[in-house]
Ligand binder design. Structure first.
Ligand code: AMP
Length: 398
């Protein structure tokens, strides 16, 4: 009988969910419960071509949403009864979790204890786990950590040049995020290259609302752009990426910002949105700049410039490159951002095939480089699939 895994990605006010077949990457049902804790909480899901939207109770909690997801699954009897496990995307696993694991009380407590390092995410992940345990008491639950893929980073790459005791006593270091995506696309890249992953040197750029780039040497992550939190690194939809940390102290000392206001500014009001003063959505900015909007153009130019700088620095550390990989909503779909990026890397041996660059979008993956170029791939990521695979692997380990 076909077996399915329920994959949950719990945010502070939303739960993304997907049912995945364990032997294929098929997603018969997927959806989102959103605006949790607010008046207009709702649950939307699609089953094949059918799309349904349900109103949840006002101020619905994660528990209410999970209960509703359970009811939806009951409607599709064959799906509900073939569920074998629940997999949770957990954002921060700190240094404790170097791979996924079956959730017990100690694991749940450890995820909760790391909340100070991911205050928006880990508490929501714990709430999701607790609610899923209540809704599906007979199913094993597995935590798959965003940070685990980066536990191969060497110490000289993950440490900040701060007093060492801050690392020893408080775990202040680079952790990296989007691990499931970088892991998935690096594995796919190896297949396109017909090489074993252990023989591949790759640079993987996950460009979505959040953006991160990873240097992978002989199949292992050796550096990545996100840091202690998912704020460091590339310019993102609303996050600033790399800045001089003194900007934060300046805001506090001279402009009377509170710590919360600084955090909101850097995480929610910056990036593409902050520069364009228009939108965090790359599509909107591409359209606007085509119509002459100079702020939209500046935002996109900065986004590309910073990406090019990271690619250059990672080329220096990975050794002979097997492929540069684009993924994430922007990386998978924006032929414009890819074209702008690669045009600045011509002198380093990269050139795009314009036709392939146009074709490899909207779920189509493959090479987008000219034969004479270093390899460039656009690959549709599939984090749910990685979570489902790990869930099966760890749910039934003795
Ligand atoms: P994600 O967080 O991976 O879902 O990616 C969201 C980002 O992908 C947003 O900035 C979208 O504007 C961007 N995106 C999605 N489709 C396209 C597209 N066709 N062209 C440019 N950007 C896109």
């Amino acid at each position: 009988m076909t077996q399915h895994v329920l994959v949950l990605n719990c945010g502070s006010s939303s739960i993304k969910f997907a049912i995945i077949e364990t032997t294929s990457a098929k997603l018969p049902l997927q959806g989102i419960a959103e605006n949790l804790g607010a008046e207009n909480s709702q649950l939307r899901y699609s089953y094949g071509q059918d799309k349904t939207s349900l109103k949840l109770t006002t101020n619905a909690t994660h528990k209410d949403a999970l209960h509703c997801i359970e009811q939806v699954l009951k409607k599709f009897d064959t799906l509900g009864s073939s569920l074998v496990a629940v997999g949770h995307r957990v954002v921060h696993g700190g240094e404790r979790f170097t791979h996924s694991c079956l959730i017990d009380d100690a694991v749940k407590q450890a995820i909760s204890d790391m909340s100070h390092m991911a205050p928006l995410h880990n508490p929501a992940n714990v709430a999701g786990i607790t609610s899923a345990q209540a809704a599906f008491p007979n199913l094993p639950q597995v935590a798959v950590f965003d940070t685990a893929f980066f536990q191969t980073l060497p110490k000289h790459a993950y440490l900040y040049a701060l007093p060492y005791k801050l690392y020893e006593q408080h775990g202040i270091r680079k952790y990296g995020f989007h691990g499931s995506s970088h892991y998935f696309v690096s594995g796919q890249a190896a297949k396109y290259l017909t090489k074993e992953i252990k023989d591949c040197n790759l640079i993987t750029a996950h460009l979505g609302n959040g953006c991160s780039i990873t240097a992978i040497k002989q199949g292992k992550a050796i550096d990545t752009s996100m840091g202690f939190t998912p704020l460091e690194g590339l310019m993102m939809g609303t996050r600033c990426g790399d800045i001089d940390p003194s900007v934060a102290t300046f805001l506090i000392e001279n402009l009377a910002y509170s710590a919360n206001q600084v955090s909101a500014l850097l995480n929610k009001q910056s990036g593409l949105h902050g520069i364009s003063q228009l939108s965090n959505d790359c599509r909107t900015l591409e359209q606007e700049q085509a119509q002459g909007n100079q702020q939209a153009k500046l935002a996109l130019d900065m986004f590309v410039y910073r990406l090019v700088k990271y690619i250059g620095s990672y080329l220096a550390i990975v050794g002979p490159l097997d492929a540069l990989v684009f993924t994430g909503g922007i990386g998978e779909n924006s032929s414009y951002i890819r074209q702008q990026t690669i045009s600045q890397l011509k002198h380093m041996g990269f050139s795009l095939d314009d036709k392939l660059n146009t074709e490899m979008r909207f779920g189509h993956s493959g090479f987008i480089s000219q034969p004479s170029s270093k390899n460039i791939l656009a690959i549709a990521t599939n984090e749910e699939w990685v979570i489902a695979q790990d869930t099966i692997k760890y749910a039934f380990q003795a």
